[in-house]
Ligand binder design. Sequence first.
Ligand code: GDP
Ligand code: GDP
Length: 455
Amino acid sequence: EIAAEEGFEGEDLDLEAGAHVPLPVLAVVGRPNVGKSTLVNRIIGRREAVVEDRPGVTRDRVQYEATWNGRRFKLVDTGGWEIDVLGIDAMVAAQAELGIETADAVLFVVDATVGATDTDEALVKLIRRAGKPVVLCANKVDGQSTEAEAAYLWSLGLGEPYPVSALHGRGSGDLLDAVMAALPEAPPQTFGIPTGGPRRVALIGRPNTGKSSLLNKVAGEERVVVNELAGTTRDPVDEIIELGGKTWKFVDTAGIRRRVHLTAGADFYASLRTSAALEKAEVAVVLIDCSEPLAEQDTRIISMAVDAGRAVVIAYNKWDQLDEERRYYLEREIEQDLVQVQWAPRVNVSAKTGRHMEKLVPAIETALAGWETRVTTAKLNAFLGELVAAHPHPIRGGKQPRILFGTQAGTKPPRFVLFASGFLEAGYRRFVERRLREEFGFVGTPISISVRVRE
Ligand code: GDP
Ligand code: GDP
């Protein structure tokens, strides 16, 4: 359809391909000071110091995108914040455990000049238990003379230790080759899921909003761990749940059920988990504790779901605790702070009493339907033609930019490309989005509109 239009040359409209394909995740795990950050910097090819001289300094940027031999992956540097009251071993273990859980493969870093310590041994147990592919990096092998030290690490039972100097780069190519061999092409959770299989739901929300309570409520007794089902995905962290007469896959429920009480780093891992769950899911059910004032973290989590391009349902939980006064303020908060997701279906539930649980599935289905909506080019352009005629773009600098033509480039979520004769102001773009929603629905889904200016 596009090709037939004159004057739109060189536009790549193949937005469907590659959009929202999650990258495989590599967790870099190891004791403090073994050189994880140095290695991460080396892999992402950045000289700027992420490494802090002061031990225990919280690093906020711990997730990076990297490329090796043309393959992209995500790198998560576990550890790097304050050792808190838990004590160093518990802290390192907890961080590693969470990191491993959210990863597709593990890069285990050991300081070869120190050799394997008890903490290293403990980490090996964690990695083994998780059953994820692992590559062993014997770091700080700065020269030939220290290579023998790396060989001692065979004793860890994780296979070949790759001697590396993160500091100087020595051996990092071989290490990365091994890492790429260990990483799946794409995360197994999302790759090759049969179409027509259970729809994937992420239950997200800040701590204590009632995620695990809700999960228990909907899962009932007949909980089946996906891992136990032959022929389904290998990932043991999801759950298949029968709800409203249908089968759903709730992703990353292991993270909801297993609570890790960390002070330092907890926020980071909560958000890492949220983004991991979102990557795997089609629709996000965002839980909000309606008995408390809406928090910044609530809106941030909603934004994460929107930015990830997922269908969104907002569930106001603990409705049983709502009194008249709180209810008044809640409605105000929703009006003011959640305008960005006015389009999201809303359910007022109680995981405790079971109130309105039956409304969850219809809301999810509505959101998924909006997410998959496709508008034909003919319909879209009829609509755009009327819109432009009735509400032309304001004249700017003597010129009046016009929308010439539009097409829906993709679904899940709906993405539109508009071709225009000039730059369209943000206000006008918002107006177009609002009118698109009024015309075609798109309940429960973010939509994106990109504008290409015709040369
Ligand atoms: P992390 O706590 O595991 O992230 O470790 P860092 O990356 O912060 O490194 C700890 C210390 O080890 C820093 O002083 C680094 O410069 C040093 N280091 C890291 N890699 C190497 C290496 O390959 N050789 C040597 N000699 N020192 C290294
Ligand atoms: P999570 O951290 O999001 O998994 O939250 P939890 O499910 O652990 O719930 C946190 C607390 O809120 C627990 O004490 C729950 O019993 C309580 N809770 C959860 N849902 C409800 C609800 O609908 N009503 C009331 N009153 N309490 C709830």
